[in-house]
Write a protein that binds this ligand. Structure first.
Ligand SMILES: Nc1ncnc2c1ncn2[C@@H]1O[C@H](COP(=O)(O)OP(=O)(O)O)[C@@H](O)[C@H]1O
Ligand SMILES: [Mg+2]
Length: 249
């Protein structure tokens, strides 16, 4: 039995129904519904401005939806704010990385770990996460002094610090070189396959999406225009047209 067959039998970890979010007259997310099962990797793709980050902002409590409903792990989270999402076990990275520059790498990761742990335990747990993402040697460096690649890794470590069951990754491969991308792909796969985390990854790098995702959701102008296996989605004429119609790809 492959992992997808296993997860298909479990109730969804995340269930998004009819989510809609407006900014003034613009409908950034337009009645989007989908589900994510435990341990599943879902790719979220679509041209720039399609509403991907807005969807993440809603699923992590940084923005509220105007319509629709979200359930996480069986609880109604529609009106939950960011701290409750983090406590419930949803970790996210930000497209624009924003570490606390005057804190060290370890301290940045401790901030999330302190949500559920006493300081000594939080420090131990944060150190393990820093090692896991390959930043052990940089543990005591100030976050403000890191390269872009290291800042991105730190962003991933911070997302992991809340001991998530669902990880939301917003373009974490952008700006990395090919070998850094391969390393990150390996790491993301291990979170899902070894630790059983569910992952939703917003990603323009189609090689990464094709090699990692069990399923791909495609947004265009806020609307879900496709949802299927990666190899099916990339051949879908609606998806191809959406990408060709945008001037940023
Ligand atoms: N806080 C905001 N205020 C006004 N408009 C926004 C805001 N956030 C996003 N938008 C608009 O919503 C649309 C979707 O943006 P976004 O979710 O960032 O897209 P993506 O991540 O797919 O590139 C865009 O047209 C963007 O300009
Ligand atoms: Mg975005």
């Amino acid at each position: 039995m492959n992992p997808t067959e296993v997860t298909a039998k479990l109730p969804p970890l995340l269930k998004v129904e009819g989510l809609l979010r407006r900014f003034g007259g613009l409908v950034a997310v337009n009645k989007v519904s989908f589900e994510v099962g435990p341990g599943e990797i879902v790719g979220l793709i679509g041209p720039n401005g399609a509403g991907k980050t807005t969807l993440f902002n809603i699923i992590s409590g940084h923005l509220e939806a105007d319509e629709g409903r979200i359930e996480f792990d069986g609880s109604d989270m529609t009106h939950a704010r960011a701290p409750r999402w983090a406590k419930a076990g949803v970790g996210r990275t930000f497209q624009i990385v924003k570490p606390l520059t005057s804190l060290t790498v370890l301290e940045n990761v401790m901030v999330g770990a302190l949500l559920k742990n006493k300081p000594a335990q939080a420090r131990k747990q944060a150190a393990a996460i820093v090692e896991r993402v390959g930043m052990g040697p940089l543990m005591d460096r100030l976050a403000g002094s890191l390269t872009l690649e290291s800042r991105k890794r730190l962003e991933l470590a911070r997302a992991l610090s809340v001991q998530p069951r669902l990880l939301l990754l917003d373009e974490i491969l952008a700006g990395l070189n090919p070998s850094e991308i391969e390393e990150s792909i390996h790491l993301i796969r291990s979170f899902a396959r070894a630790d059983g985390l569910a992952v939703i990854m917003i990603e323009h790098n189609l090689h990464a999406v094709m090699s990692l995702a069990d399923r791909v959701v495609v947004l265009d102008y806020g609307v879900k225009i496709a949802e299927d296996l990666p190899k099916v989605v990339v051949q879908d004429p609606k998806v191809i047209a959406a990408y060709l119609g945008s001037d940023d790809e």
